[in-house]
Write a protein that binds this ligand. Structure first.
Ligand SMILES: NC(=O)c1ccc[n+]([C@@H]2O[C@H](COP(=O)([O-])OP(=O)(O)OC[C@H]3O[C@@H](n4cnc5c(N)ncnc54)[C@H](O)[C@@H]3O)[C@@H](O)[C@H]2O)c1
Length: 417
């Protein structure tokens, strides 16, 4: 069922939240001020498939204020903030097809609804919209290109490119330094713990926390969990990442041995079956399981179901499974992104940089008018620097500039001492 949100009282709540986010996103707001008179996106149709959060609300407002026509859906069945969706539909008159708790069928129906505007540009998070565009509808759209927000989406789209099947250019927003080195690390690092706390209200201090994956997301969560007094153990498949975790002061072990000691498990790998049946049967009574990776495949839910005698929902976010071993384990948010499903997603301050990257990437695609080849492109370093500088300025932080003499020294090879 397509769901076009229009609800006045919900919308009022959503508007206040978007206003709050906007007040914490100075870089994106400065871009709006720079371009809103000129309206460079006039006549451009954008299909957006991003978590419908208050920060996404700000991005949608900004894109619309510089001329774009928008249709929007969520990129995860559990991450839509219904009040934000209602405000975008009611106050901003954007076609929004998103509701928290949609079924898989409704989720894809919503994606197809935004495709129906025949977009010139797609904005995606996880690549579900882009992949659907590749199956269908493309013939009808005059497509200039798309952007991709997250690691898993970029991995999928690079695989499509390698297979020779990528049909339109994608700018890998995730791979901008001002995105993944901040959003994935500090944003998910903080908000994943926020989700676990909101869902359980456990005391984190003193708990054994097992973090699967020590990439950007994993290292952010591990560091913040350690800061809250947890004993953190990291599991990895990459020897370099494992070594970094060890030298950053964490224990490193295999998931199989960690499974018997963990109080809280958090998966952050982008991989499937990271916690499987053999680990689940070893878990202690009371173990809590959460996922911060893009898809709900990291914790094997079929394995939990196969090993449990019954399940009880104990609150909005948490289900208790009674295992055949006698232990009770607790799964948060059905194994979906814990920070978005059980909390509000990343703080606005960090999404400011991610969405400034989205905005400038969309501008680049609009300027290209379809002339870019169907490849996955990195964000240019000049864009990264522009955003970092603007963010520092918004924080009233000044940094030094190289003198000409220093620049020559750094660029040359003749002067050693
Ligand atoms: N929750 C959010 O809001 C949010 C934000 C950003 C990214 N993400 C998602 O989080 C996931 C990780 O993103 P990232 O930027 O940290 O990626 P990354 O590539 O930087 O890190 C992933 C790490 O997981 C490790 N890994 C892979 N398979 C593993 C396995 N089976 N066991 C243990 N470790 C394994 C890899 O070696 C790597 O070090 C992706 O799915 C990404 O899309 C979620």
């Amino acid at each position: 069922m397509n769901y076009h949100v229009k609800d006045i009282s919900l919308a009022q709540e959503g508007k206040k939240k978007i206003d709050w986010a906007e007040a914490h996103m100075p870089v994106l707001v400065a871009l709006r001020h720079k371009y809103e008179d000129e309206k460079p996106l006039k006549g451009i149709k954008i299909a957006g498939c991003l978590h419908v959060t208050k920060e996404t609300g700000v991005l949608a407002r900004v894109l619309q204020s510089v001329g774009a026509e928008l249709a929007w859906c969520g990129c995860n069945p559990l991450s839509t903030q219904d009040d934000v969706a209602a405000s975008l539909a009611t106050d901003e008159h954007i076609s929004v097809f998103a509701r928290r708790g949609v079924s898989t069928r409704e989720y894809y129906d919503d994606i197809r609804s935004v495709m129906a505007i025949e977009p010139n540009i797609t904005i995606d998070d996880g690549a579900d919209l882009t992949i659907e565009m590749h199956k269908d509808m493309m013939a009808k759209s005059v497509i200039y290109g798309g952007t991709e927000e997250t690691t898993t989406g970029v991995v999928r789209l690079r695989a499509l490119q390698t297979a020779g099947k990528l049909k339109y250019p994608i700018i890998a927003v995730n791979d901008a330094e001002t995105k993944h080195d901040f959003d994935n690390v500090y944003g998910t690092g903080q908000s994943a713990l926020d989700g676990i706390i909101r869902a359980t209200n456990i005391l984190l201090a003193g708990k054994n926390v097992i973090v699967a994956g020590y990439g950007h997301v994993g290292k952010g969560i591990a560091k913040r969990a350690a800061g809250m007094g947890c004993n953190v153990t990291v599991t990895e498949v990459d020897p370099i990442a494992a070594l970094k975790a060890k030298l950053d002061g964490f224990s490193v072990s295999q998931m199989l041995s960690a499974s018997a000691t963990g109080d809280v498990f958090i998966t952050t790998t982008g991989c499937k079956g990271v916690i499987s049946e053999e680990e689940i049967v070893r878990m202690k009574d009371g173990a809590i399981l959460a996922n911060a990776g893009h898809f709900n495949v990291e914790i094997s839910i079929p394995a939990i179901e196969a090993q449990s005698t019954n399940s009880t929902r104990i609150n909005e976010h948490t289900v208790q499974y009674k295992l055949k071993t006698g232990s009770r384990i607790y799964l948060i948010a059905e194994g979906r992104l814990v920070n978005l499903a059980a909390a509000e997603g990343h703080p606005s301050e960090v999404m400011d940089m991610s969405f400034a990257n989205q905005f400038l990437s969309v501008m680049k695609l609009a300027e290209s008018k379809g002339s870019m080849k169907p490849l996955v492109y990195n964000v240019e370093i000049s864009q990264d620097r522009e955003i970092a500088l603007a963010k520092l300025e918004s924080m009233r932080i000044q940094i030094d500039n190289l003198t000409d003499e220093q620049r020559l020294y750094l660029e040359g090879f003749s002067e050693g001492t």
